[in-house]
Design a protein around this ligand. Structure first.
Ligand code: GLA
Ligand code: ZN
Length: 675
């Protein structure tokens, strides 16, 4: 939708469920949407039960009316396919559509995102429904995108899935001997004789819970089951997408992702989607840097192409432990944060607050009071007017970063599945620590996959990249030899794709790149820490302390305590024209900030602007213009000095080079400059 010719402004709207309401209300909705400058609605997200009341019958009469009404009111449609929750009759009649949980519990009808992805029944009915929808509504020129299903997620361990997993393994490995080898099945005498011996790793077989965490006796099987489960759902997406593409080839297809959602490998998913869209629900205590990092991850999924903010709450959610109100100005600020990081839309869940069931206390554009009198409605309306005035400015523009952070879903699964070295191993925590250090200095970052091109970056950071996929070290070696700068951290480079250790000492194939050998790793409890001195300041060493031997590299800092006191913790290796750094522990925000600031300075990587703490600055650009987004997350006013002359497109105010831009508490400025 974001690249569609029909779109000439930031689309503004969200999930609309008129089928939950009597028709008299619909006209009132339209009136309020107009008032708030809403110009897109996501329809038909959970309407399967309405459209197909039984196996033989399809009834589109209500959806026809809704489509006509929306069209008459010049509102665009993001058209969902309704396949994220199956109807009751289907569950009663065909129990193979019901999922089985990891503990073996067979689900009954209820909740949503509840269909087995490998159920032939589910796939058959989903395909039929999608074909009918596409054929029926294909001539509506206000459909700007297809929204397949909704927030694909969860896992299934039913018999359909067991059968499909065996087939998947056969396709991947060919012979059972290769499976045994990949999963290291000679351990504990688990050798398999036949593909039919394969069972998924669940709580009945290889997996168990320890210290509140999922653990696996055979990480190879667990990893492959995660891959398979993600692939199975992706197959469902592709099935629908292919039908839609056949009937309406010009309408882009997406599905709403969930940011750092661990269960699905979004790097793989994004390749199948026309554009990325995602649902952003930060808690009141979520760090703004984490939200920024997730936006950047979503942008990175499609090589920097703009994405779509498909959902956010206008006010409260109902599913956080404490459903705090978004303070005045925060909805606007966070909407601009999405735009600042590459979104081309601002969309909400939901347009009208439902009367009953799960989400009755979830905020909406139109609240239970049903009028335009609420604070939330008025903030939405003000933003709507502002976005209308902005028009097509910055749509389609890109971010130009010199720093990349490598993020990989399979690595995330792997590094947290193994027993050892510590229960505190947390991939997201490592990623966020490095990201935050750059974010607080307003240094632009791309978050990219392990296979993405890194040649354009001056600095590539791969925190805790435990899994060295085939060819990865070769690409890093070449990058560094050609003058690139690489940073990686403890628990990196240990294993191959199947979680088999790369022998010959850690970090496996990266030893020569980093000029080190890690002999052992010591785990520290949450309360414990070691320390090291970097450029005269002492910083803590937490979670894991790698005991490092230099093998061509040089030490920058050494441990201060314990039997490994005096041995390296932070190292640098020169290789060809570049450098590779190793951070053998987890440290503090202060350390990461200082260390990355130093490296960025050496590489002439500059902040977009220098700004006070909690003031975020990003830049989107095209061939002619730069748009500097300045976001004040503070609870007080602030001032930021800009570098180049430009105009604040939100106020029309003109600024000269080196002028000060003043922002109110939670305020936003977008300074447009000629390039
Ligand atoms: C998700 C779903 C929506 C809704 C919201 C509530 O993002 O896609 O249907 O449940 O959460 O926050
Ligand atoms: Zn299943």
């Amino acid at each position: 939708m974001i690249e569609s010719k029909k779109v000439s402004k930031v689309l503004y709207g969200g999930d609309y469920n008129p089928e939950q309401w009597p028709e008299e209300i619909w006209e009132e909705d339209m009136r309020l949407f107009k008032e708030a400058k809403i110009d897109v609605v996501t329809l038909n997200v959970f309407s399967w039960a309405m459209i197909q009341p039984n196996e033989e019958k399809y009834d589109f009469s209500k959806l026809d009316k809704i489509m006509k009404l929306v069209k008459k009111n010049n509102i665009n449609v993001c058209m969902a396919t309704s396949t994220a929750a199956h109807p009751a009759w289907m569950a009663r009649k065909y129990d193979d559509i019901l999922r089985v949980e990891k503990n073996g519990m067979k689900r009954r009808f209820g909740s949503r995102h509840n269909s087995c992805p490998n159920s032939p029944t589910y796939r058959k009915f989903a395909s039929k429904l999608v074909e009918k929808l596409a054929k029926r509504y294909k001539d509506y020129d206000n459909i700007v995108a297809w929204h397949v299903s909704n927030e694909y997620g969860g896992e299934c361990y039913c018999d359909n899935c067991v059968k499909a997993f065996r087939k998947w393994a056969q396709e991947r490995y060919g012979t059972i001997e290769k499976v045994n080898d990949a999963w290291n099945m000679s351990f504990w005498g688990h050798t398999l004789y036949d593909f039919d011996d394969i069972v998924p790793a669940d709580f009945r077989s290889e997996e168990f819970m320890a210290w509140d965490r999922e653990r696996s006796c055979f990480q190879g099987i667990s990893l492959d089951y995660k891959r398979f489960n993600s692939d199975s759902m992706l197959e469902c997406f592709k099935l629908e997408r292919d039908i839609l593409k056949k009937i309406t080839p010009e309408i882009p297809v997406t599905t709403n992702l969930m940011g750092w959602y661990k269960t699905l490998d979004y790097m793989k998913w994004a390749k199948e989607m026309d554009f990325v869209s995602w649902d952003n629900y930060p808690g009141f205590d979520t760090k703004t840097s984490d939200t920024a990092a997730i936006h950047d991850t979503m942008r990175g999924l499609k090589g920097g192409k703009p994405f779509c903010l498909m959902e956010q709450t206008p006010g409260v959610t109902n599913w956080h432990p404490y459903c705090k109100l978004k303070r005045p100005g925060v909805m606007r600020l966070w909407s601009y944060q999405a735009l600042a990081h590459g979104s081309d839309t601002v969309m909400f869940f939901q347009m009208r607050r439902s009367q009953g069931a799960s989400e009755k206390y979830h905020s909406a554009v139109i609240d239970h009071v049903g009028t335009n009198e609420t604070r939330v409605f008025n903030e939405i309306k003000e933003l709507g007017i502002e976005l209308e005035e902005i028009g097509s400015e910055f749509l389609g523009t890109r971010t130009n970063s010199k720093v990349a952070i490598v993020f990989d879903w399979e690595n995330w699964w792997a590094c947290e599945l193994s027993a050892g070295p510590s229960i505190l191993i947390n991939y997201i925590n490592e990623i966020s620590s490095y990201y935050r250090a750059l974010y607080t200095q307003n240094i632009s970052v791309d978050i990219i996959g392990v296979d993405d091109d890194i040649s354009k970056y001056s600095l590539v950071i791969a925190p805790m990249l435990y899994m060295n996929k085939s060819g990865y070290d070769d690409r890093i070696r070449r990058y560094v030899e050609n003058g690139g700068n690489y940073i990686t951290s403890f628990f990196s480079g240990y294993v191959d794709e199947n979680d088999k250790v790369l022998l010959g000492g850690y970090p496996g194939k990266q030893k020569d790149i980093l000029g080190i050998w890690v002999e052992e790793s010591d785990a520290l409890t949450e309360e414990e820490s070691n320390s090291f001195i970097y450029k005269g300041t002492e910083y803590p060493s937490k979670i894991v302390c790698d005991i490092i031997h230099l093998r061509g590299g040089r030490e920058i800092s050494t441990y201060e305590k314990d039997f490994y006191s005096g041995t390296p913790v932070l190292t640098e290796n020169k290789l060809g024209n570049g450098r590779a750094f190793y951070v053998g522990t987890h440290s503090s925000d202060e350390f990461y900030s200082t260390f990355l600031r130093d490296i960025c300075q050496e590489l002439f990587i500059e902040p977009v602007l220098n700004a006070p703490r909690d003031v975020e600055v990003t830049c989107r650009e095209n061939e002619e213009n730069k748009y500097i987004f300045i976001l004040n997350h503070k609870d007080e006013g602030t001032e930021v000095r800009i570098k180049k002359s430009g105009t604040n497109i939100l106020t029309g105010e003109i600024f000269m080079a080196d002028d000060i831009v003043k922002l109110e508490k939670k305020g936003v400025a977008i300074i447009k400059s000629k390039k």
